[in-house]
Design a protein around this ligand. Structure first.
Ligand code: KIV
Length: 266
């Protein structure tokens, strides 16, 4: 079957009909596997905690995002790509535009994602006016936390819910193409999704969103030492398969069963 390139128009049409899928990738092999299977591939700043063992995402540099971004986008032909702007790279309009233009022109990602609240809506507006396609990220903003253990869901209290609804509406008006809802309770996620004409992508925000995103390492169970948030589901135990392969390699080397002559040059 011929595979078809995904575009924003097609994703917009999925709103309220077919759930949109998004997973993170930070490298070529995973981009190759995900390409065409998910609608969106996110080069998230979660790269810091998942690949580099950082305690939070604040240590992720612009250069790290650029190089992981390029590795993923070059190897993505069918899905659309979103790249995170790392911490402290979009503190004002001028800085945000300069860095967004640089990261887009270097990586060729389709969208940039920024963590948003009432204080930086004008940045979304400024970037959108300058033809940058922006994904806003509301609810829990991980870049605000130095300690991820302190993260709690939001949106349950009526005043909190009202603020989130108001924020989401303003972000759509400012030009956001999607809004990521992180750790927002079910009923508020539904209300936000219902009032917007752009799609919402949830992470820990229930099935009441237009799509779902998760960190790839979490669904694969790459590292069982890391405590996962409640919203993560393991779909396979890759850690177990890798451990088995490593144990088999060590056993074969020790028993001189690897390498054989077929693995050697004459
Ligand atoms: O960095 C990331 O992977 C993200 C997701 C958690 C949405 O922003």
């Amino acid at each position: 079957m011929k595979k078809i390139k995904i575009n924003y128009k097609k994703l917009l049409k999925k709103k309220n009909k077919i759930p949109i899928t998004c997973l993170t990738a930070y490298s070529m092999p995973l981009a190759n596997i995900l390409d065409g299977k998910v609608d969106l591939i996110l080069i998230g700043d979660s790269v810091g905690t998942t690949l580099y063992g950082m305690k939070n995402t604040r240590g992720v540099t612009f250069e790290m995002m650029k190089s992981h971004g390029k590795a993923v986008v070059i190897n993505t032909k069918l899905s659309m790509t979103i790249i995170d702007m790392p911490y402290n790279t979009y503190r004002n309009k001028k800085e945000a535009l300069k860095n967004a233009l640089e990261i887009i022109s270097f990586t060729k990602a389709d969208f940039i994602k920024i963590e948003t609240d009432l204080n930086n809506i004008e940045i979304v507006e400024h970037l959108s006016k300058n033809k940058i396609k922006v994904v806003a990220h509301i609810g829990v903003n991980p870049q605000k936390y130095s300690d991820f253990k302190k993260i709690k869901s939001v949106g349950k209290q009526p005043n909190e819910a009202k603020k989130l609804l108001d924020l989401a509406a303003k972000l759509e008006k400012a030009g956001s193409k999607f809004i990521v809802l992180e750790c927002i309770n079910q009923s508020t996620a539904k209300k936000i999704t219902d009032i917007l004409s752009i799609p919402t992508i949830g992470i820990g925000a229930s099935k009441n969103c237009d799509g779902q995103v998760l960190v790839i390492d979490d669904i694969l169970n790459f590292n069982s030492d890391i405590k996962k948030p409640k919203f993560v589901k393991n779909f396979i135990n890759i850690e177990g398969s890798i451990s088995m392969a490593v144990n088999n390699f060590v056993r074969d080397v020790k028993n001189k069963k690897f390498p054989l002559s077929k693995h050697s040059y004459k």
